[in-house]
Ligand binder design. Structure first.
Ligand SMILES: Cc1ncc(COP(=O)(O)O)c(C=O)c1O
Length: 404
């Protein structure tokens, strides 16, 4: 049995119950179970006064289609309840959510600390383009830093940006140690929580201020929409976030919010199955001589296992594999013959995926030492025995190409 979600008034139940009910108001919609899809640009107002005060803070309710429709607000209410948060803002993609969150809390002349294991575009686009052009100094830190983050704080440090576990290397951070070290400062902590997707980890309860989810992944869950969310714990942070989202003109489309809401209803059952399948496949891979290491914190011998066990209630279906030394042609021979594992970006849908991964290219504060190439697997909802058969045949192709 899981604990009740301790937060606002809508979160008086355990999380699977919250997920089934949050963000729904059938009585307001003719008894229809799911929130309808409202397509809107213009919103009309009954009086001049209401029209003229429509888009001033505090932001609440429909003002103009761009700043949100009832479909978006219903989705945001459900995401907020899942996190035990105060309010959420949705964005047209996960990357837009990261940009929205970060740019809300930094300004020209500030300093931001970013974990060295973040998602590639968080480094290349957010840090490398947006923050650079804003004149924000970006410093990458060792994900293992824990309470040592305190030593890196400067008078102008505005944000500590975390991702746990990291995108390609799956190393967990000591999130409570980092947030405790920030207590008493004005530094805002932000985390990309997409791997655990709000279901298996509750960063707000670990002291984090701002939680980003690429809802494109497990929330949508079916590889058919782009969506991002940011959840905060206070009205002050919400007003800042929503104000910035309105300034950029970020709009999460109603059809996509509907798909996000629909996906969210089954996230628990899907994630439990992703976890079961991934554990089976990862354990099998660990026993193979072609595999130097499986990077998956749910495995008992993973270096991040203790932190994962302390802070998460489960593991999703995404993990990395370090292969033994081999030329790229051997990796290509392995991947090219797959029929169940698609080669493609993203993850979190019902289907299995694989990607080559190059963690060494995405580190600057820490090194990356691996005996061979890396691949990242997303384990879908197929029968794991079929996935293992496919992986086994792939490793045979890998060996053959390696020895040619
Ligand atoms: C950890 C993580 N965060 C954020 C994103 C960005 O999400 P989106 O693809 O919806 O922009 C991704 C996408 O792969 C991701 O893996």
């Amino acid at each position: 049995m899981t604990e009740k979600i301790a937060a606002n008034s809508s979160s008086t139940h355990r999380q699977d119950t919250v997920i089934a009910h949050a963000g729904r108001d059938a009585r307001a919609n003719h008894g229809v179970v799911n929130p309808p899809v409202y397509h809107a640009s213009t919103i009309t107002f009954p009086t001049l006064e209401e029209f003229e005060t429509r888009d001033r803070p505090p932001y609440a309710g429909p003002q103009y289609g761009r700043s949100g429709t009832p479909t978006q607000f219903a989705f945001e209410a459900a995401i907020t309840a899942l996190h035990g948060g105060h309010k959420s803002v949705s964005y047209p993609s996960g990357l837009a959510a990261i940009a929205g969150a970060v740019t809300t809390f930094v300004k020209n002349g500030d300093h931001i600390l970013v974990s060295d294991n973040v998602y590639g575009p968080t480094r290349s686009r957010i840090s490398g383009v947006i923050l650079q052009r804003m004149g924000v100094e970006v410093e990458f830190y060792d994900p293992a830093i824990g309470a040592g983050i305190k030593d890196l704080l400067r008078p102008n440090t505005a944000v500590v940006y975390m991702e746990s576990p990291g995108s390609l290397t799956f190393d967990m951070q000591d999130v409570p140690a980092i947030t405790s070290a920030l207590v008493g400062s004005n530094v805002i902590s932000i985390i990309d929580n997409t791997w655990a997707s709000g279901y298996f980890m509750k960063p707000l309860a670990l002291g984090v201020d701002v939680v980003v989810e690429a809802a494109t992944k497990y929330v949508v869950g079916h590889s058919d929409a782009m969506l991002g969310t940011v959840t905060v714990a206070t009205e002050e942070h919400f007003q800042a976030l929503k104000g910035m989202a309105n300034s950029y003109g970020y709009h999460a489309a109603p059809d996509d919010c509907y798909l996000g809401q629909r996906g969210l209803r089954t996230i628990g059952v899907r994630l439990e199955r992703h976890q079961k399948n991934a554990l089976e496949v990862a354990t099998w891979l660990q026993g193979r001589p072609e595999v130097a290491r499986v990077m998956y914190p749910a495995l008992p011998d993973d270096p991040s296992h203790a932190l994962w066990k302390r802070d998460c209630t489960g593991a999703s279906g995404l993990f990395g594999v370090v292969l033994v030394d081999a030329p790229k042609a051997a990796v290509a021979a392995m991947l090219d013959g797959y029929t169940l594992f698609g080669i493609g970006a993203s993850w979190g849908g019902y289907e299995s995926l694989v990607l080559p991964a190059y963690p060494g290219k995405l580190r600057s504060a820490t090194g990356w030492d691996a005996p061979g190439p890396c691949v990242r697997y997303h384990i879908g909802l197929e029968d794991p025995a079929d996935l293992i058969d496919e992986l086994s045949a792939g490793l045979a192709r890998f060996n053959k190409a390696r020895n040619e």
